[in-house]
Design a protein around this ligand. Structure first.
Ligand SMILES: [Zn+2]
Length: 124
């Protein structure tokens, strides 16, 4: 059993409190706002640990990693204009369904959509 540090639970709390994806830098920013003195290297290490424990989910986009609370929701929309990453819930994203449908055992999947987000769409 891994030692459950207060730093780790604080980081998990931040990821779980947020609806969409967070970068390690953003998590670090929020920690600083909460007056938690945790270095960026520790944030990276703890996020990795949480991914390893299956508590949070990690995706990569443009050489950056982003984190979200839903371990089985790996569909996301990346805005080409502002760079926001938004989580998308789509019914097809069900591992049992996928496994039955294609007759293979699906353990992991991810789906990426790119385009212009609602907010950026309004501004143009
Ligand atoms: Zn946008």
């Amino acid at each position: 059993m891994q030692r459950w540090t207060s730093q780790l639970s604080l980081i998990l709390e931040i990821v779980y409190e947020t609806e969409h994806f967070l970068s390690a830098e953003r998590v670090h920013q929020i920690l600083t706002q909460k007056n938690a003195n945790i270095g960026i290297a520790t944030v990276y290490r703890n996020l990795k640990k949480l991914v390893g424990q299956g508590l949070i989910s990690e995706i990569s986009w443009k050489d950056m990693k982003y984190y979200t609370r839903h371990p089985f929701s790996n569909a996301f929309f990346a805005c080409e204009k502002c760079g926001n990453i938004l989580r998308i819930d789509i019914p097809i994203a069900d591992q049992t369904y996928l496994s039955n449908e294609i007759g293979m055992s699906v353990n992991k999947w991810n789906m990426r959509f790119e385009g212009i987000c609602e907010e950026c769409g309004r501004c143009t």
